[in-house]
Design a protein around this ligand. Structure first.
Ligand code: OAD
Length: 249
């Protein structure tokens, strides 16, 4: 479907100096990765996240939690970036300052070529020691699941943020710093329900940034937006980039 963009939006994008993008699971939906909250197709339609994505769940049943993430890691490893991911790589090339913040743990922005990604919720491709909280890149393979930390013998866990856990401070500080100096802030493919990510566009608005949301649905953030582009990110983003920076030749 072809989208028509208001000329003011195109001019804003062309003249923007400090663009910040926050993405959620929706930008990976067209890569075949389930989002979280969509009723029928969402990951959580089948599983109760509170019984899987918490430190308590891991302590109670480490093997179940490890295997659930192993299943998600396999799903993600078979996924490829979609045109939405690639359009963000191209957008960054046209702008003086571009910061990409993601709530996703699927590594697809990096695979698409985004060089600097602030991962607020970690990355499912990495594992870390539950006891020492340090990333572990290799360990002796045994039949035991979860595997054990080669340093201390503690259990390994996915390097993703669970409910009730604090976010990694470096990406979080970077995200707040970027939002507080943005002149244009995109919110793409997120339900806007999880803090602190959902407060980033509002912080940008406080410093005068123009807010753009890309989502087939409206969200609790929609009322704050200057523009809500309704549709799939994999369709809208490439057309928006082409409208702002028409391909040469
Ligand atoms: P959700 O599943 O809550 O929301 C996905 C959003 O993407 C919804 O608003 C959909 O309407 C939208 N969407 C679906 N398909 C889309 C498409 N093709 N293009 C654009 N948007 C589309 O996922 P998140 O908002 O990312 O945290 O969830 C935020 C956090 O909640 C996740 O990072 C996860 C969960 O707790 C952790 O795991 C720590």
């Amino acid at each position: 479907m072809s989208h028509i963009f208001p000329p003011s939006l195109i001019e804003t994008l062309q003249s923007a100096r400090r663009v910040v993008v926050l993405t959620g699971a929706g930008i990976s939906a067209e890569s075949g990765i389930p989002t979280f909250r969509e009723a029928q197709t969402g990951l959580w339609a089948k599983y109760d996240p509170m019984t899987l994505a918490t430190p308590q769940a891991f302590r109670q049943n480490p093997r179940l939690v490890w295997e659930w993430y192993a299943w998600r890691r396999k799903l993600v490893s078979q996924a490829r970036p979609n045109p939405g991911h690639y359009a963000l790589v191209e957008m960054a090339n046209h702008l003086p300052h571009f910061t990409l913040i993601t709530q996703n743990v699927d590594n697809l922005h990096q695979i698409a070529g985004s060089s600097y990604v602030l991962e607020l919720h970690g990355n499912i491709a990495r594992s870390k020691c539950f006891a020492e909280n340090v990333v572990i890149s290799s360990w002796p393979e045994t039949d035991e699941l979860p595997p054990r930390c080669p340093h201390c013998g503690g259990l390994l866990r996915p390097d993703v943020v669970w409910f009730g856990e604090s976010l990694p401070s470096e990406p979080l500080d970077g995200a707040f710093a970027a939002a507080s100096t943005a002149d244009l802030f995109f919110t793409i493919g997120t339900s806007g329900l999880v803090q602190p990510a959902a407060s980033l566009p509002l912080l940008a608005r406080q410093v005068g940034a123009i807010l753009i949301e890309i989502n087939p649905q409206t969200t609790p953030l929609t009322d704050q937006m200057d523009y809500h582009l309704s549709g799939p990110a994999g369709e809208i983003l490439p057309q928006l980039v082409a409208a702002a920076w028409p391909p040469k030749g």
